[in-house]
Design a protein around this ligand. Structure first.
Ligand code: ZN
Length: 103
């Protein structure tokens, strides 16, 4: 009888531990899923009159059509997007409207 009780108690403790661990894991997952405020960046295939290729975020109303842009990737700042864009073009700068930090 006493052993049965102990087993029950042990099982109860194990379930508690398991639920605590799973809730911790869930919290961690939620943190990962939080928005990181990064944007998809594109570089315009067509240069401006001064030879500069502008980079834009996907949501920018001044972004070029899909056919006239190269997807650079997801970055949390335009500076990283500029670095990536330099792999495609020598002269790149940020759009005045969506990437003013790099304008
Ligand atoms: Zn833009």
């Amino acid at each position: 009888m006493e052993i049965k009780k102990q087993l029950k108690l042990t099982a109860f403790i194990l379930i508690m531990i398991a639920s605590v661990i799973s809730s911790c894991a869930k919290e961690e997952q939620e943190v990962i899923d939080e928005p990181t405020y990064s944007s998809n960046y594109y570089v315009n295939k067509n240069a401006q009159s001064d030879g500069t290729h502008k980079i834009h975020t996907s949501g920018c109303s001044h972004a070029p059509d899909a056919a006239n842009r190269i997807h650079l990737g997801n970055f949390d700042s335009c500076h990283k997007a500029i670095t990536e864009a330099r792999n495609h073009y020598d002269k790149v700068s940020g759009c005045y409207y969506c990437s003013r930090d790099c304008y």
